[in-house]
Design a binder for this molecule. Sequence first.
Ligand code: PLP
Length: 222
Amino acid sequence: MSIANNYQKTRKVIPGNVTIILAGKGRTNKEIEEVIDAGAEDLGENYVQEAERMYEVLGEKAGKVKWHMIGHLQKNKINKALKIFDVIQTIDSQEIAEALNERAEKIGKTVPVYIEVNIGDEEAKSGVKADYRVIESLARGISQLQSLRLEGLMTMEPQVENPEDSRPYFQKTKDIFDRIKDLNLPNVDMKYLSMGISGSYKIAIEEGSNMVRLGTVIFGER
Ligand SMILES: *Cc1c(COP(=O)(O)O)cnc(C)c1O
C-alpha cells in the first residue's frame, strides 16, 4: 500500500469530526508531499529544526497544511517555532506560556495552544503532571495571556502492550478536558482533545478524542 492509499483508507474509517495530524518526524519530504497530495490537512512536527527544513523544501506545499508543534518546546526555539507553527500543542508550564505570549505579542499574533498532559506521570515524558489542580491552575494562567488562546489538551499515553490498557489514560484525560471546558474561562475555547497514535487511535476516539496523531499507520515503520 502506498502512503496516499493508507491516508485515504484511514481518513474513511475515522469519523469526519476527528482531525488527523500526520506525525512527520523522521520522514522524507517525498513522503510528506505524498500525504499532502492525498489530501492531508494537518502536519505535526516534534522538532523545530526538522520542521524548518521540511517547511523550506516543501515550498508552496507547506501552505496547504496547518502546522502543529507536537514535541517539547524549548524557550530558545520560540521565535523560530512561531514562524512555522499554527498551533502549539505542548504547553507544559506557565513559564513557557508566558515566554510564548511575550513573543507572540511582539509580532502581533494570537497563537492557539493546547496543554500537554503527562497522563501516565512518566519521568521520560514532558507535559504537565496528571493532577487536575495543576492543570486547572495552568489553564487559568494561560487564560490571562492575551496573545495565546487555549483550545485543547494533548496527551501521549504510556506505551502498553495491549492497546486496551491505554483506555483508562484516555478516560482520565477526557475527564480533565471536560472539567477545564466547564470552567468557561475567558479567552479559552476548549475544542480539541489531541490523543491517540497509530496503535491506540481507535480506543482514543471511543473515549472522546477528536484529534489523532498518526505516523506509522500511514507512513510505515520508521
Ligand atoms: C511519533 C509521534 C506520534 C505518532 O506515533 P505513531 O505510533 O507513529 O503513530 C504521535 N504523537 C507524537 C507526540 C509523536 O512523537
